[in-house]
Design a protein around this ligand. Structure first.
Ligand SMILES: Nc1ncnc2c1ncn2[C@@H]1O[C@H](COP(=O)(O)OP(=O)(O)OP(=O)(O)O)[C@@H](O)[C@H]1O
Ligand SMILES: [Mg+2]
Length: 478
């Protein structure tokens, strides 16, 4: 027994999942959000991941920074500020102000999602409201600094009160929260979907393995059954031949004259013995066909003598039943590749069935003709390309009880009979057609069932022509 399949809980998925901004929102969306804030408030905004990777940047370098960066010491001071701001932790309060030597300032804030820190927001540079002119740190940053120019550029830095920045940041964080929420929802849904697909796949794999196991076991059982049947049938045949032989001798009076009643009893022993023998021979054939040990000796043959022999063998049976049995050959028949003995067995079985299931005054016709077959061609264009083949078709037509369409595929199964009730009026064991099917397969032919309007059945056997230069061949079916 396998372990019960684990339940998938949404909470497990959500908690097991480390929320990262970059997994939930695409970069384009973040950039767009930052750009719209810069457009609205004129203050640069950047978003960083918890690990410190820049995710969105809608800031263009301010003129003051650009100027300071042209001076060697200014550039150094600027780089130190930038790296300081970038690595600044927003602290326990999640909001820290970070001044710049130019007098401008930055705010570094934590981005929270579901109580966890998922990134950082950097707003700035902006000019705090209490800064009126360039501080000493700016004026002293580089000897080459043009103080007037620096003052003018500083005035161009967007000015904002601390609480204005707080409000702007709150807006931005609220918008971000909304985006994160929908991104997270989609993420969780897809994770759940993935988990359930994985689970279904696992269950499917488990079932496939079990099915394969059952299939292997059945195949092994089938093989054992075939070899058991073969052995038992073989062992039964020898004593049965003796029973039949001795009953024949008894009925011929070789052991003394028999009274009429004794004669009748011996006759019954003989008939039942014959019935049993034909069943055993059928079983032996089937097991040989199943195990592939039945030899089918292929050669080029004419089918007419085979069919004529079948008709002459079964004419007495037909007469006894009052059913007309005839053979019709339409046109000239070409040779086929086949084993005459096995083909005789095929048509004996089919005609026997036809006679058995046709009531008195009915008719059974064995009809042979050549039919065109479009080969394997498929579709109009291909029909032109693939050469047509002429097959031999032998139809066994009867005017009997017919076979319902839904039963047709099953009558070729071993032991299957349409009416298998105990009150069944026809004899037999249900082996005939399964042998027929296998023998026809061994000839690369086909067998199908059609209606014989207005009543009865037609078994249609099709046999392919021999290959143009095919040498005689011995093959075994199965
Ligand atoms: N010509 C037919 N008309 C009506 N039913 C048929 C005909 N041929 C076969 N069947 C049906 O198909 C079943 C299977 O035929 P199959 O020849 O395999 O077995 P069977 O004739 O019953 O026994 P067996 O051939 O082993 O003596 C028959 O029992 C019958 O129900
Ligand atoms: Mg039969």
């Amino acid at each position: 027994m396998s372990a019960p399949s684990p339940e998938i809980a949404v909470e497990d998925l959500v908690l097991a999942d480390r929320v990262r901004i970059e997994d939930l929102v695409d970069r384009e969306g973040l950039e767009e959000l930052c750009r719209s804030f810069v457009t609205l408030f004129g203050i640069p905004v950047r978003i960083y991941s918890v690990e410190g990777a820049l995710l969105a940047d809608a800031a263009s370098e301010h003129e003051l920074c650009a100027y300071v960066n042209t001076l060697p010491q200014g550039r150094r001071a600027c780089a130190a500020t930038v790296s300081g701001v970038r690595s600044q932790d927003p602290g326990a309060g999640g909001d820290v102000a970070r001044p710049c030597f130019t007098g401008a300032a930055y705010r570094v804030m934590a981005i929270q999602y579901e109580g966890r820190r998922v990134g950082r927001l950097i707003v700035g540079p902006f000019l705090p409201s209490d800064v009126s002119g360039p501080p000493a740190s700016l004026l002293a940053v580089d000897p080459a600094l043009d103080a007037e120019r620096a003052r003018a550029l500083l005035q161009k830095v967007p000015r904002a009160k601390a609480d204005t920045i707080t409000r702007i940041a709150a807006h931005l964080k609220a918008a971000l929260d909304l985006i994160l929420f929908s991104g997270h929802k989609a993420h969780v849904t897809s994770q759940m979907h993935l988990a359930s697909v994985r689970e279904s796949y696992r269950q499917l794999e488990e079932k496939t393995a079990k099915l394969q196991e059952a299939f292997d076991r059945l195949r092994e059982l089938d093989r054992l059954k075939s070899s058991f049947l073969a052995t038992v049938s073989h062992e039964l045949r020898t004593p049965l031949t003796s029973i039949i032989g001795y009953s024949e001798m008894l009925s011929q009076g070789l052991a003394g004259a028999l009274s009429p009643e004794q004669q009748e009893f011996v006759g019954t022993i003989h008939d039942k013995g014959q019935q049993l023998l034909s069943l055993i021979l059928g079983l032996l054939d089937l097991s040989k066909l199943e195990s592939g040990t039945m030899r089918v000796r292929m050669s080029r043959i004419g089918i007419e003598p085979v069919l004529a022999q079948v008709v002459s063998t079964l004419t007495p049976t037909a007469r006894k039943k009052g059913v007309e049995l005839r053979m019709v050959v339409e046109g000239t028949l070409a040779e086929v590749k086949g084993d005459p003995e096995r083909l005789r067995q095929v048509f004996i079985n089919l005609v026997e069935n036809a006679l058995k299931f046709t009531p008195q005054a009915g008719a059974v016709t064995l009809r042979a003709r050549m039919v065109e077959d479009a080969g394997d061609g498929d579709g109009e264009g291909l029909v032109l390309l693939s050469p047509t083949r002429t097959n031999l078709e032998v139809r066994v037509e009867d005017t009997g009880i017919g076979i319902p369409a839904r039963e047709r595929p099953r009558v070729f199964d071993a032991f299957y009979q349409v009416d298998s009730s105990s009150t069944r009026e026809y004899g037999g064991t249900g082996l005939g057609l399964s042998i027929v099917k296998r023998l026809v397969d061994a000839h690369a032919g086909t067998v199908r069932i059609e209606d014989n309007a207005p009543q009865g059945t037609v078994f249609v056997v099709t046999l392919p022509p021999p290959a143009p230069t095919a040498p005689p061949e011995v093959r075994s079916p199965g």
